[in-house]
Write a protein that binds this ligand. Structure first.
Ligand code: ADP
Ligand code: MG
Ligand code: MG
Length: 252
């Protein structure tokens, strides 16, 4: 049983005009086996939270902490965060020319565990995980992210998650740009890893659509860099019918 605990997190983003405060003190705790949906209107700071947890250099933590099983991860390198058990889709390179999906995954797994996985077992694991995600076996020999469609990128993300077996995954807008079939397949992948390994999930989404496939235990609504309200899965249904309006402060 592991815990990812975010305490009073304040984050600024570097802009041309200097640092701009975005997150205004976020508290959130995720335990193994829990699925938390982070929802909220555009610009409310959802991606900023994901980038801050990933350690993106443009996002500065000005206060607060992120603890994984009591250990502060905010000073760790990306590799150290991964070894601690965090899966942050956005930390992976956009495109890696000359590196096949197959080699990339094996290198990532080796870096994570400290030893190369036994080849025969590994090849079988990759093949099975790809079949589960309805991926063409030829995909393993393509260069990472080179010419991938939106749907292929998302499947590749979930494939990594399935093979790297993290404790916690932060998935930012995994639903964006997916058609209905791809959304279902990707969602089933998340559900499978969650059911098999007790993965804790932070599922960031603008729309409630993906929540028809991935059922959250908790829903947190971000507004203006803060958690405006939180509740159980019924909150997502309420947002679907009522929108975010009532959580927005009146603007002049
Ligand atoms: P969300 O993911 O909820 O749509 P973001 O975290 O992407 O929101 O953005 C939150 C706020 O931070 C927005 O007002 C956005 O314009 C601002 N912001 C984020 N990144 C940058 C950046 N690199 N430069 C300037 N402003 C940014
Ligand atoms: Mg669960
Ligand atoms: Mg975003």
């Amino acid at each position: 049983m592991s815990t990812l605990e975010i305490n009073n997190l304040r984050v600024s983003v570097e802009t041309n005009e200097g640092p701009k405060p975005i997150l205004q003190g976020v508290d959130l705790t995720i335990r193994s086996g829990e699925i938390h949906a982070i929802m909220g209107p555009n610009g409310s700071g959802k991606s900023t939270l994901a980038y801050a947890i990933a350690g993106h250099p443009k996002y500065t933590i000005t206060d607060g902490e992120v603890l994984l099983d009591g250990e502060n991860i905010t000073e760790m390198t990306a590799d150290e965060r991964a070894r601690a058990g965090l899966f942050l889709a956005m930390q992976y390179p956009v495109e890696v020319p000359g590196v096949t999906v197959s080699n990339f995954l094996r290198t990532a797994k080796t870096a994570l565990t400290g030893e190369a996985p036994a080849l025969r077992q590994w090849v079988g694991d990759v093949k099975n995980a790809m079949a589960d995600l309805r991926m063409d076996p030829d995909f393993a020999q393509r260069d990472v992210n080179h010419g991938f469609s939106g749907g292929e990128k998302k499947r590749h993300e979930i494939l990594q998650m399935e093979l790297l077996k993290p404790k916690f995954a932060v998935l930012d807008e995994t639903d964006s740009g997916l058609d209905i079939d791809a959304l279902r397949i990707v969602s089933e992948g998340v559900n499978r890893v969650h059911a098999d390994t007790g993965l804790g999930v932070m599922l960031i989404t603008h729309y409630t659509r993906i929540l028809n496939y991935i059922k959250p235990d908790f829903v947190h609504v971000f507004v203006e860099g803060k958690v405006a309200t939180e509740g159980g899965p019924e909150l997502a249904d309420q947002l679907e019918s009522e929108g975010y309006d009532k959580y927005l402060t009146a603007r002049v």
